[in-house]
Design a protein around this ligand. Structure first.
Ligand code: AQP
Length: 334
């Protein structure tokens, strides 16, 4: 019998612009592996509600994210692309899994500690529960692999633990997912502080390169990126800023081994000039395609409608099984 293709699930928040951290850590890998797997990519608008969000900007950002993913190369024929809130089963499964995940597990999530920034009394309960919704997103589709950046490793571990616990308690129901975190690119750091991950909500716009940045904005940001003391171009633990810049360089040019030789005696300026060109060349086609998709809003709308329908056709029968296993059905006679 033919083996079923491995299923991939991954999500991205529609919380403003995407940056090259999102691109190199996640989106580019989704695109590259598209033909090898059964793919489900989700714009997680319910996750965006964990932090204060204006309804109009959430709506606009959701459409921008769909256009961005299409511009970056997600092919709606090869992949299901949909919006999380369009498939109600995500919210329902999250609630059911809240009875399986523990308070202690959620309290240990480092992303909650980072994002709550010490204001635990005033952040939303949804921010605390975010990892359980993420578990629901993944296991609802029996995903085998979850391609993400390093920052998501702890959440995928939780997904494994919750799926296994559910299976022990209620019988074999969910596939236990595995993280797919690449050795390179899984943690792109801020251009202003290489000890912090590149992030759109932390730091100023100079700390990240957005996929919507113009050629001159990209060049300016690369040239202004902080560097380490000394002038030798090398990726060593005492040079976190250079390690980050060389990491981006190698991912976008597929060559780094000779960079030490190439920049010997030339210093940081020459590296930054070349890096700016490499980043501009990588981002320009995505930005230009994004503008094309934005000029034709009906296209993304039709992709998302079809994607939601395909996702629902998987989620609906799965939830019937889950409800039955948990004793939630069979009490009312039709
Ligand atoms: N700096 C990064 N390096 C590598 N991968 C990264 N990802 C995020 N930042 C980096 C990966 O991008 C995917 C989508 O992530 P998300 O939608 O959860 O966005 P995020 O992690 O919330 O991104 P930001 O920019 O850090 O947003 P804010 O500041 O709003 O929280 C994931 O696979 C993630 O690992």
């Amino acid at each position: 019998m033919a083996e079923r293709r491995k299923r991939v699930f991954s999500g991205i928040q529609p919380s403003g612009v995407s940056h090259i951290g999102n691109y190199l850590g996640a989106i580019r890998n989704w695109v590259a592996q598209q033909e090898s797997y059964d793919n489900i990519f989700c714009i997680v608008n319910l996750h965006a509600l964990t932090l204060p969000t204006e309804p109009a900007s959430l709506h606009a950002n959701t459409i921008t994210m769909a256009n961005t993913l299409l511009a970056a190369g997600i092919d709606p024929q090869a992949s299901i692309l949909f919006v999380q809130g369009d498939v109600r089963e995500h919210s329902e499964l999250c609630w059911l899994l809240n009875s399986v995940a523990t308070f202690g597990e959620l309290r240990r999530m480092t992303q909650f500690k980072d994002k709550s920034g010490g204001a635990e009394e005033s952040v939303s309960a949804a921010l605390f529960d975010y990892p359980v919704l993420q578990v629901a997103d993944i296991i609802l589709y029996d995903a085998d692999l979850v391609p993400v950046g390093e920052d998501q490793r702890q959440h995928i571990e939780l997904a494994r633990d919750v799926a296994q616990r559910f299976n022990r308690r209620y019988g074999d129901t969910f596939v236990v997912p595995a993280p797919d975190i690449k050795a390179n690119g899984a943690r792109i750091m801020s251009l202003e502080d290489p000890t912090k991950k590149m992030s759109k909500s932390a730091g100023s716009t100079g700390s990240y390169i957005a996929l919507t940045d113009t050629d001159s904005e990209i060049t300016k940001k690369v040239k202004r990126a902080v560097t380490d003391s000394g002038s030798e171009v090398k990726a060593t633990p005492d040079k976190p800023a250079l390690t980050n810049l060389l990491g981006i360089y190698s991912l976008l040019s597929n060559t780094v081994s000779r960079s030490r030789v190439r920049y010997a005696g030339k210093g940081y300026g020459a590296l930054k000039t070349d890096l700016a060109t490499i980043v501009v060349d990588a981002i320009r086609p995505i930005r230009e395609k994004l503008l094309e998709y934005e000029a034709n809003p009906d296209y993304a709308a039709s992709v998302l409608a079809e994607g939601a329908e395909r996702a629902r056709s998987l989620a609906t029968p799965k939830m019937e099984i889950v409800r039955e296993r948990m004793g939630l059905t069979g009490h009312a006679i039709r």
